[in-house]
Design a protein around this ligand. Sequence first.
Ligand code: AMP
Length: 113
Amino acid sequence: MPTIFTKIINKEIPADILYEDEEVIAFKDINPQAPNHILIIPKKEISTINDIQENDDRLIGKLVRKAADIAKELNIDESGYRLVFNCNKDGGQEVYHIHLHLMGGRKFNWPAG
Ligand code: AMP
């Protein structure tokens, strides 16, 4: 099902895009929880992490690799950062189009709240 992220992919609503290719797009989170907060998403509509299929493995790997590339560009690769996929209600998922949160520029607690 299309979400607000489909509108960003289709350029129907604006976003601050840091990276884009035919499969993946990365843009700044509108409500940042850290000095750097980027969402890396597949253009393919996958609702939740539970819906990933075996033939998506390469695509999901690419999200993680692109997150690391962006962390390097933002100069937070050495200081560190957190990558998060929220899944469903208890995971805190609000947008049902999978997205990898890249957050950095501050220290994060563990265990996560
Ligand atoms: P989640 O709770 O994991 O589903 O995360 C959804 C994220 O999408 C939140 O961090 C929101 O701030 C972010 N978000 C929602 N709408 C937009 C938008 N139009 N542009 C950028 N980020 C958005």
